[in-house]
Design a protein around this ligand. Structure first.
Ligand SMILES: [Zn+2]
Length: 254
């Protein structure tokens, strides 16, 4: 069972990554993808991938962090892509919920990193918040490319557009939240082989851990909820999810 998106590179939340990885493995998590948000967190993700067998890294600049984005960032991510355990570029995207960075700054960093991923033929992991129309419109104007929309939070219409682009949808803790019927319906009706699961730890803990710090060891709660929604056995679900994740993050298999 692969956690396709977590932040073990958050050293405040996870001062001892080794312990966190062991706990996750004891809970049945067989692979962890640690995602960067800027240069420093990307380098930390790669260091964790170097140190731990079943850990992989995604490198890139998060839309809320693009104040520090520069040509040197692109150069770094290009170099890091040559590392065998760097499996995608991300998390990149648009976030109009928080206004730490302007839409123009965000769009510039996004376009630069989209171009880089096209050049490297690297899959892309997106973060999107209150900007689905803008992000999807941008992607619809570009050639198709392997995309994963982490922490899907768009409506059903946006989901159809994303699926039309070939995107995978990452589902996580909010799937278990009482008020989130729309996400459950999208997770029920989307093709099963277009879904992946993630914790996004330390954020967005699933029920019954809301209000606490999330941990990759909680991934089985998300798998169980999705299996219930889909009306299939967890075992069968996880087999499909893992095949989808390792197909997308193709360097994992090399
Ligand atoms: Zn993230």
């Amino acid at each position: 069972m692969i956690d396709t998106h977590c932040h073990l590179n958050d050293f405040n939340a996870f001062p001892n990554a080794g312990d966190a990885i062991r706990e996750a493995q004891d809970a049945g998590v067989t692979g962890l993808i640690v995602v960067g948000i800027d240069e420093e967190w990307s380098l930390r993700a790669v260091a964790l991938a170097d140190k731990f067998e079943n850990v992989y890294a995604v490198v890139g600049h998060h839309p809320n962090c693009v104040a520090s984005f520069s040509p040197a960032s692109l150069k770094l991510y290009r170099e890091l892509w040559t590392h065998p355990k760097v499996v995608a570029i991300g998390e990149i995207g648009l976030d109009f919920y928080r206004d730490r960075t302007s839409p123009e700054q965000q769009a510039h960093a996004l376009r630069s990193q989209l171009d880089l991923a096209n050049e490297l033929n690297a899959p892309l992991v997106f973060h999107c918040r209150q900007a689905y129309d803008e992000l999807l419109s941008m992607l619809e104007a570009r050639p198709l490319h392997p995309y994963l929309m982490h922490c899907w939070a768009g409506d059903a219409e946006a989901a159809q557009r994303a699926l039309g682009l070939g995107c995978l949808l990452g589902v996580n803790g909010p799937l278990t939240y009482r008020k989130n019927d729309e996400l459950r319906e999208i997770s029920r009706s989307s093709p099963l082989d277009r879904l992946v699961i993630e914790t996004d730890a330390p954020w967005l803990p699933p029920e019954p851990h809301r209000g606490q710090r999330n941990h990759p060891k909680h991934l089985p709660l998300i798998a169980r909820k999705l299996a219930e929604i889909r009306g299939i056995e967890v075992r069968d679900l996880v087999e499909v999810l893992d095949r989808t994740a390792s197909g997308f993050f193709a360097k994992m298999d090399r």
